[in-house]
Each structure stands twice: as structure tokens, then as C-alpha cells.
Design a protein. Structure first.
Length: 337
């Protein structure tokens, strides 16, 4: 690659069903000369987020769908290497968006200068980035978790779920139950992440395990998976329980007319339940204080995380597709720097 070129991943076609690596390709393009107000960053890491899937097919999402041929813009962390923007200087560490080796930014949108908190750089697109903040504000602002409450977390071994479960315990939950796929993830949840109980939804006795764990009910459900899990939990929510709709990883690949419906909606009335979604960027003004507090919790070992690091931009499409098969275990980040 010549010094004025970059590589980026573009969408080949709109995706129908589960994504496949050949739905993406890498293209090499010239890095444009910077205009006034722009800066150029070299990415060190880029991330795989299940939520990206919702923009890869036509249809409504919280952000407009990408068109075939468009660059894909997952989260990234890197360093400013040229700048014509007074707020971003050469050498600044930045969080940006772009499945690419480089990003040209005008500093608007998600472009954040990172403080030096003495943490590995990749955490800024993991537990200290959008996944960690989703857990933080999902519990604090949306669930309004209170000490002594019982909490259920789905996709609990993922970066959002694992952080949510650990924060719930630290903030006084009396019991935190996680649902995850497979014994290895369940073991990690109870033995490393401090969940009180983990249930393997792929095990033959899942229904029995779920019923046993649900005795006493849940005050908060933090859902990362989708409608089938929410519908299963509705009858075991406690009075004035709250369901945080964080993500729908089981439903992203399914056309809307095939997504499971909610049958147990009568429970909203009987138990005065509240179900609320979040887009974590609504909480952007609170990120830096939360990140500083969370970095301290990570530093002193109160909060644990898992990362899977892949090498090179070319590994990204397959790493992304693995989010929907259960292959991923923790935050998947790609080293591109
Ligand atoms: N609202 C927001 O602002 C916001 C921001 C960031 C992320 N999110 C959402 O938060 C959720 C979690 O994100 P994350 O980054 O931590 O990813 P994640 O939970 O690690 O997602 C990948 C995992 O999802 C599970 N999964 C995949 N297909 C499934 C299925 N059909 N049924 C049940 N589980 C399935 C798999 O784990 P198992 O092996 O356990 O099945 C897989 O390893 C995602 O839905 C994401 O879109 C929301």
C-alpha cells in the first residue's frame, strides 16, 4: 500500500438472512487531501458489532441502511496522523467509525478524543466503548436498577451482557442470572464474571433450568437477544419489573414477518411492567464520567472482560459473521494498525 492509500471494507450486496464473508469485499482507495476542519487517523483496532447487521439490509433501523458499494462503518480506535482540525492534534488517540485502515473525519458524529486512562487501546471499542456504555446506561438510566433486585441478562457472555451482569452485582443486585450458549461460556460467567447462575440455552434441559432459576422472579431483564427470550421472561417478571431492550441478535437475520411475536403481553398489565429500548448515543454526554469509573473497576479487578483479537482487515468479515453463530466469546476486535 502506498502511504497515501487506505483499505476499507464495503458491502457487496444487501444481505438476506445470515451474513456471509463474501457479502463484503476490501477495496483500496487513495486517501484524500484534507480540507479545512478535517483530520486523518490511522486505525489501530476496529470492532465487530451485531448491531451493524441491522444496516446491511433494506428496512427500518435506528440508522439508515447502507447501500451496496458503501463503506461499512463499525467502531474503531486509532491515532491522528494529520490534522487541519483545531480540536484534534497529531498524536491524539481517537475513537471513530470505519471498517478501514484509516479514517478522514471532520470531528462530527462519533469522533471522540480519548483520555489516557492507562488501559489497552482496544478497550475503547470494547468494554470502555459502546458495549460497556450500553450496559452502564441500560442498567442505570433505563432499568433504574435498585439494590436488592434480581436481574436476568441474555447473551450474557458477550461484551454487553457480561458487563451488564457484573455492574448489576456491583450496584447491589441480590442475584444475577445469565443465559448463554454452551458450557464454556456458562462456566466463565459464574467462575470469572461473578454471575450467581448461568443457564445454557442450548442444553436439552434449558426449560427446566430456566424455570428453576426464575423462582422468585426478575425485577430487571437486560435483553440482548430478541423477542423469543423476552416472551419467555414476561411471565416470570416481578411486579413493576423493567425489560431493557438492548439488542436483538437472534432476530437481526430474520425478516420482520418471521420474527417471533410476543404472546405474554397481558403481563404488562398484570405486573405493571415497563419495556424500553435504548440507543446508547443518547447517553453520549455521560460517557466520559462512566468510562473513568469503569476503567477504575477494570483496573482493580472488579469488572472482567474477554477479547478475541483478529489480525488484519481481511479477517473482519468472517469475524463479524461469527457473531451470529455463537462462535464469538467476548468482544471481537481486529488489529489493523
Ligand atoms: N442499544 C444499543 O445502543 C446497543 C449498543 C451496542 C450493542 N447493542 C446490542 O447489544 C447486544 C449485545 O452486543 P454484543 O456486542 O455484546 O454482542 P454479543 O452479545 O457478543 O453477540 C454475539 C453473541 O450473540 C449470541 N447469539 C447469536 N445468535 C444468537 C441466537 N440466535 N440466539 C441467542 N443468542 C445468540 C451468541 O452468544 P451465545 O453463544 O451465548 O449464543 C454470540 O456469541 C447486540 O444485540 C447488540 O446489537 C445495543
Amino acid at each position: 500500500m502506498s502511504p497515501r492509500e487506505m483499505e476499507r471494507i464495503v458491502l457487496v450486496r444487501h444481505i438476506d438472512g445470515a451474513p456471509s464473508p463474501d457479502d463484503f469485499r476490501i477495496e483500496r482507495v487513495a486517501i484524500p487531501e484534507l480540507a479545512d476542519g478535517q483530520f486523518l487517523a490511522r486505525n489501530q483496532f476496529v470492532s465487530c458489532d451485531p448491531g451493524t447487521r441491522s444496516r446491511l439490509s433494506p428496512g427500518a433501523s435506528y440508522a439508515p441502511p447502507l447501500q451496496p458499494g458503501a463503506p461499512v462503518d463499525g467502531f474503531s480506535v486509532g491515532e491522528v496522523i494529520e490534522s487541519r482540525n483545531e480540536h484534534f492534534a497529531v498524536g491524539d488517540k481517537v475513537a471513530l467509525t470505519g471498517w478501514a485502515t484509516h479514517v478522514v473525519s471532520n470531528g462530527r458524529g462519533y469522533a471522540v478524543k480519548l483520555p489516557d486512562l492507562g488501559v489497552p487501546e482496544s478497550l475503547w471499542i470494547g468494554i470502555l466503548g459502546v458495549p460497556g456504555m450500553t450496559a452502564w446506561f441500560g442498567l442505570k438510566r433505563v432499568a433504574q436498577l435498585q439494590a436488592g433486585e434480581r436481574v436476568l441478562v441474555t447473551s450474557a457472555a458477550g461484551p454487553v451482557g457480561a458487563t451488564a451482569g457484573q455492574l448489576a452485582k456491583l450496584w447491589g443486585a441480590s442475584e444475577v442470572v445469565g443465559i448463554a450458549g454452551g458450557p464454556e461460556k456458562c462456566q466463565w460467567l459464574t467462575q470469572v464474571a461473578g454471575f450467581d447462575r448461568a443457564i445454557d440455552y442450548k442444553a436439552p434441559d434449558f426449560e427446566g433450568q430456566f424455570a428453576a432459576a426464575a423462582e422468585g422472579g426478575y425485577d430487571v431483564m437486560f435483553d440482548n437477544v430478541g423477542n423469543a427470550m423476552i416472551d419467555r421472561a414476561l411471565p416470570v417478571m416481578k411486579m413493576r419489573g423493567r425489560i431493557v431492550v438492548s439488542g436483538q441478535v437472534a432476530d437481526y437475520n430474520t425478516p420482520v414477518d418471521k420474527v417471533p411475536g410476543l404472546k405474554h403481553t397481558a403481563q404488562f398489565i398484570a405486573r405493571r411492567l415497563r419495556m424500553e429500548g435504548l440507543v446508547v448515543f443518547d447517553d453520549l454526554p455521560g460517557f466520559s464520567a462512566a468510562q473513568a469509573e469503569l476503567a477504575t473497576m477494570i483496573g482493580d479487578g472488579r469488572v472482567r472482560y474477554r477479547e478475541e483479537i483478529f489480525e488484519g482487515l481481511a479477517s473482519l468479515p468472517a469475524a463479524f459473521c461469527g457473531l451470529f453463530t455463537g462462535a464469538s466469546f467476548g468482544r471481537r476486535v481486529i488489529r489493523v494498525g
